[in-house]
Write a protein that binds this ligand. Structure first.
Ligand code: SAH
Ligand code: SF4
Length: 361
């Protein structure tokens, strides 16, 4: 059976080389060829002996998901639809900005958590992505973007904010994170890799021990009653437990605050009273608040908050001394904005049958 070398983080490479009687430094060479140079051809690895290359050709491949579609939005945001087999496709988005380039990476085909305002959540769930499929998104994007003259490293930041709940696919996501941070692979600093979660409390604690990167938490509501409704995982891990896990995470976090994401839904969670309640709720957690204008998708049943409501909400929080950022909508003309990623998911949960499309109305 052939192995896909994109499945391995450092220990995997070391074991692979040891198993073939090769010296440990070969692992480092392989990692560099694959993740830094971006090769998928063993013959390109010129400082590796011909015999080892021939042996690898028999045993291994370097194989990322196949690109089914490559679209660029009017603002330069680029989206790849990637085929991950058996009728499932995921999406990866590159967001170029003046002094950085962010890749938004998916972790699952679909998502089982069913947040009511999220297009991925609406689709249901098929399966977890493998490590190769997760890191393969970064590997592919690097190859596609090239190492242009103006910008030698197009991807400076990674956000685990694509399709799926990354902490529900813990092992594979952590292996991919380790490669993102590894100096022989992508060498990104922990501060430049952000994982966004809807709040799987035990997994937040595990991440703190295994691989503490910057953490963003999808809050979206200032109280349990509303959060139970729009982020259903809240019924299992309510706000008090979630915020306590955030405080614990900060001991190890690469940044001294947690980012809280809050999607602005007209008439649902955007009133000044709710802003005040949010300010009170987050008092004990060093925070930055990221307000996300809702991005519509067919039959969502929600509307984006008005500019005035958004400004009021932001002002209330700023008066209480919070740092508040309003996330710029990028790539919405190609459905690449937050919450619009849908790819193609063969739903195993039969969610669509159980819930009518206007459930949120
Ligand atoms: N599952 C993870 C990460 C993926 S979603 C999580 O929920 O955190 C990335 C961010 O986009 C989350 O904050 C999510 O709540 C938000 N989002 C989902 N649907 C959205 C929509 N339609 N408009 C704007 N943001 C949305
Ligand atoms: Fe899943 Fe995140 Fe969408 Fe919720 S917002 S359904 S957790 S991808």
């Amino acid at each position: 059976m052939t192995v896909n070398l994109l499945e391995f983080e450092r220990t995997g490479f070391a074991q692979f080389c040891a198993g073939l009687g090769e010296k440990p430094f070969r692992a480092r060479q392989l990692m560099r060829w694959i993740h830094q140079v971006g090769v998928d051809d063993f013959d390109a690895m010129t400082d590796i002996s011909k015999t080892f290359r021939e042996e690898m050709k028999k045993l291994a491949v370097i194989c990322a998901p196949e690109v089914a579609r490559d679209t660029t939005a009017s603002d330069g945001t680029r989206k790849w639809l990637l085929n991950v087999g058996t009728g499932n496709a995921i999406e990866t988005v590159f967001i170029p900005e003046r002094n950085r380039g962010t890749l938004c990476v998916s972790s699952q085909a679909g998502c089982a958590l069913a947040c009511t305002f999220c297009s991925t959540g609406r689709q249901g769930f098929n399966r977890n992505l493998t490590t190769a499929e997760i890191i393969g998104q970064l590997w592919l994007a690097n190859r596609k973007l090239g190492r242009g003259i103006e910008s030698p490293r197009p991807i400076t930041n990674v956000v685990m904010m694509g399709m799926g709940e990354p902490l529900a696919n813990f092992t594979n996501v952590v292996a991919a994170l380790q490669l993102m941070l590894d100096d022989d692979a992508y060498g990104l600093s922990r501060r430049r890799v952000t994982l966004s979660t809807s709040g799987l409390v035990p997994a937040i604690d595990r991440l703190r021990d295994a691989c503490p990167v910057a953490l963003a938490v999808s809050l979206h509501a200032p109280d349990d009653k509303l959060r139970d409704e729009i982020v259903p995982i809240n019924k299992k891990y309510p706000l008090k437990e979630l915020l306590a896990a955030c405080v614990r995470y900060l001991d190890r976090a690469p940044r001294d605050f947690i980012t809280f994401e809050y999607v602005m839904l007209a008439g649902v969670n955007d009133s000044p009273e709710q802003a005040r309640a949010l300010a009170k709720l987050l008092k004990a957690v060093p925070s930055k608040i990221n307000l996300i204008p809702f991005n519509p998708f067919p039959d969502s049943g929600y509307e984006r908050s008005s500019a005035a409501a958004l400004e009021n909400f932001r002002d209330v929080l700023m008066q209480k001394d919070y740092t508040v950022l309003v996330r710029k909508t990028r790539g919405d003309d190609i459905d690449a904005a937050c919450g619009q990623l849908a790819g193609q998911v063969l739903d195993k949960t039969r969610r669509r049958e159980r819930r009518p499309t206007n459930a949120a109305a």
